[in-house]
Design a protein around this ligand. Sequence first.
Ligand code: SF4
Length: 316
Amino acid sequence: MEPILEVEDLRVYYKSIWGDYRSVDGASLKAYRNEVLSIAGESGCGKSTLVEGVLRLVKPPGYIPTGRVVFEGTDILKIPEEDLRRIRWTKLAYVPQGAMNSLNPVVKVEEQAIDAIIDHSSMDEEKARELAFSMFKEVGLRAEVGGMYPHQLSGGMKQRVIIATAIALKPSLVIADEPTTALDVVVQRGILQLFRMLKEKYHMTVIMVSHDMAAHAQIADRIAIMYAGKIAEVGSIHSIFEEPLHPYTKGLISAIPSIGKRYVKGIPGLAPSPLNWPPGCRFHPRCQHATALCAKVDPPMKEIGSERFVACHLYG
Ligand code: SF4
């Protein structure tokens, strides 16, 4: 499989009077063409910061001390801002967290989509209008929705407007951060199916960030589990759900509620602070399998079988 995106040892830090918050601290992963890659983990593990680093959207006091982000052969962290702007939207689209609330309340949604298309392409208004109309239809919105204002739309409809706008120029990679948060389960399912359709119809690669493991199970081909600023485990969605290896992954899966389960087992303890990650394996204060080695040595990522990786001293 050909990787479309390779992230190597990416670090994203935030300066503060107490020291650097090391939100992403040595994360590496690959996304392949025409796949849905999920990034999962508790709130505060660095998922959203990771995609902001990948898209070079980190603003001061944040900074990227090290790392490589190679997208279609180009190191995004090294190219001039103007070149990056040309790639954004046309090749690399982003649906940020809470994007549906960023729609301008006094402009009809169709006009907002047309503005974005014109701004990132050489299309005239007529062509951009035609494209916006066809994309609204593609994501399941009725024709009259384009002429409405954001307050006239439900949360799910607003999210579809955002997705239609983001993918209008047919990017090869779409990164969506918590696209189903704050939506009810029926609407969530519709949005997840929409991403799956985009992958299948337009051969896009989709990276979805969410803390919701059940959402990942519905859409992903592969999943990367993130803990304390690093990737803890990566594998196909089936292998991770059927046989999770990392004790943290096991904890996340056992915390998914289901009708047959009488009790939901959570992960003991709290996520550590990026200001002061624990030494050794960062999960060791919460891990029931921790040994003296775990408290001292950070486990490297090891390949366990085909396209299955885990960073834990119990393996390899
Ligand atoms: Fe637990 Fe040790 Fe594995 Fe970390 S390296 S997850 S502490 S067993």
